[in-house]
Design a protein around this ligand. Sequence first.
Ligand code: T3D
Length: 262
Amino acid sequence: MESYETLLVHEEDGVQEIRMNRPQVLNALNRTLKLELQAAVKSAGRRADVRVVLLSAEGRGFCSGQDLNDEETDGRRSIGESLRTLYNPLVEAMLGMPKPIVAQVQGVAAGAGMSLALAADMRLAGESARFVAAFSRIGLVPDSGLSYMLPRLVGLGRAMEMAMLAEPIEAPEALAIGLCNHVYPDEELAGAAWAFCRRLADGPARALGLTKKALQRGVELPMREALQYEAALQELAGHAGEYVEGVAAFKEKRRPVYRSKV
Ligand code: T3D
């Protein structure tokens, strides 16, 4: 396994935890962290034995977004270039990976840190979690996929308000509006996240990868194309051993055992 300067990586039972490790700045994204996240996520995507990725963070915050001390902020630097080379490939790797990614969010997820949480497939939050679309606070616009993911998760009007006023959305509200999937007491969050990921890792990895694709495309396609796309994916799933095992387990009244890799 690779070693990193700004990440801690740990694997067990088909789950790979990628933990951001710059707690002193609430895991602000400096160049090294962005490059290492990109490398780690791509590597997890390629590894057949990694069935689920857990994106987590060290310390009291999940991620405070772009490290404001790491780059010039005098208005002359090309932020577009920074997004195209450092942030967008990471977000694309997360969305394109045919495996579930779960974000474990405690404390603040701000700016591009919120975008990363939203690029995960599911979000488990601690009671301390707060999501802040901080971009407008410093005169920027939503980036790193936030403008794409946020309206899909919470609806256009709500997303507009969050992006323009940049007020923190606390855990109970985040749960109520679908910004996170579950909220746990902070001290139980890590255990709950691992249990959640282990359940996913016990599932039919190939079918879950296709499910991710189906739902991502389902929110974009016209109804007829969505039906066609489902049929095409189901054709793939139906010819894989997971389906045979799933039905056999049902008939034999036992739990299915899925060993397929992705
Ligand atoms: O290339 C590009 O620029 C691409 C663009 C990327 C898009 C973005 O992500 S834009 C958004 C950038 N992020 C922000 O604007 C957030 C800035 N931070 C904050 O507003 C607050 O720190 C938080 C709301 C996130 C948390 O507040 P709080 O009170 O819980 O903590 P704090 O005391 O402000 O922060 C703790 C430390 O972390 C502090 O350092 P210190 O004083 O203890 O030495 C603070 O300076 C540092 N810190 C927090 N956020 C960042 C940071 N240092 C660098 N960059 C940060 N983003």
